[in-house]
Ligand binder design. Sequence first.
Ligand SMILES: Cc1cc2nc3c(=O)[nH]c(=O)nc-3n(C[C@H](O)[C@H](O)[C@H](O)COP(=O)(O)OP(=O)(O)OC[C@H]3O[C@@H](n4cnc5c(N)ncnc54)[C@H](O)[C@@H]3O)c2cc1C
Length: 406
Amino acid sequence: MKVGIVGAGVAGCIMARSLARVPGLDVTCLERVAPDDQSEAGTGLNIGPNAVKALTAHDPELAAAITEAAFAWKTWRISLTGGRELFHLPLADVAAHEGWRIRWAELYRVMREAAGDVVRYGCAITGARRTAPGKVGVTYLQGGATHRLEDLDLLIAADGRYSQVRAEMSGAPELKQVGIAIFRLLVPDTSAGLIDDYAQLFNGPNRLLTFRVPPGYVYMAGTFPIDPDRPIPDAAKTVEALRAAYLPASGEPSPAAAWLVRQITTHFDQVHWARMQEHGVLYADPAAPVLYLGDSAHGMVPTLGQGATMAVEDATFAADVIAGAWAAGARDVRACLDTISAIRTPRVRFAMDFSLEASDTMMAGADPVAGTIKKLEPAFLDRLRTLYAAVPVPPAMGAIRAEAAR
Ligand SMILES: Cc1cc2nc3c(=O)[nH]c(=O)nc-3n(C[C@H](O)[C@H](O)[C@H](O)COP(=O)(O)OP(=O)(O)OC[C@H]3O[C@@H](n4cnc5c(N)ncnc54)[C@H](O)[C@@H]3O)c2cc1C
């Protein structure tokens, strides 16, 4: 069976590494950037315990390599920028695994090394289409020339947000703005221990999120409410506006908040801006053998750190289903796609809805004190347990065959 994968990011690298090991699969992964591309160097990721659980079960060697390159995410603290602590949750209370804190570029380095020479770099997909019943093909640009990958029995779109494959094969999903501006910044750690594990600091609904990542950086992301129907106002994208957004109106800031605001001032020219948005879920094209994974399958707000986390869950699950089917002699691609879609869709919808609900304290007019204290109640903690620990595992082959027979 001929398999094409578009994108060597989080989901694509896991699929490339896993499927290349399955006898009988001919796998090619096309990635548009060069292998040492550093375009995401300015971002840190906190990756949830559910991804660590999924990857450790699927590929302990790759999970260990990431653990080596990351700091452990063990606690979640929420306070006001004036210093009052509202929430302190050891992740061990709600998960059996720790999470990871890592630079995005470092995660890609580890994953791309693990994917090996299945990945062809500098290959940008320019088109994807159905070529015959049960077959798809892609065109791509490499070194200024157009090439084709034809007769694919399965095309896996792991090309991230704004997936070109999804737009061409199944139609671009509609984006929904949620009314929150977000900026991110990575700075050298000169905090002398003020910043370490995952923390959020609120001033009204305006929130700073921060944590330390190897080898000696602090990552921060700031948010504030905006009109969902408009771009971020220029007046909000200034040093003065951000100082006013995060420094308490009365009283002194905590030492951590004061340090973070100083970093924004000093490194303002490196700030990246975006708006929080989400888009609908689609794992499989109904008419062609195309599988969507990670951000190409779903777009969610980043509040619970579940974008890359769900990409890991998606890819480990999909790789197990496909490898399991092939090992058992089953050759029905559609049954695999239907099985993946049937089990991953409710799981990711839950993560998307939960992440959006957990953004309540960042919305216009929110009361972060009452909203945060509510997150200590059993209802929220039980949902966190479901998110972090109830990772779906692939069904037995019999169920996949039954899906094929339906
Ligand atoms: C600022 C920010 C902060 C985030 N923080 C977190 C966090 O803390 N925790 C978390 O879990 N998630 C976080 N996320 C989300 C997370 O980064 C994504 O959800 C995750 O990277 C998705 O993985 P993926 O495999 O779907 O796509 P990606 O990792 O984006 O990979 C897509 C790959 O496809 C390639 N590609 C794209 N188009 C083409 C093409 N035409 N041809 C060939 N190749 C192509 C790209 O170059 C890339 O390598 C954050 C995102 C942002 C923007």
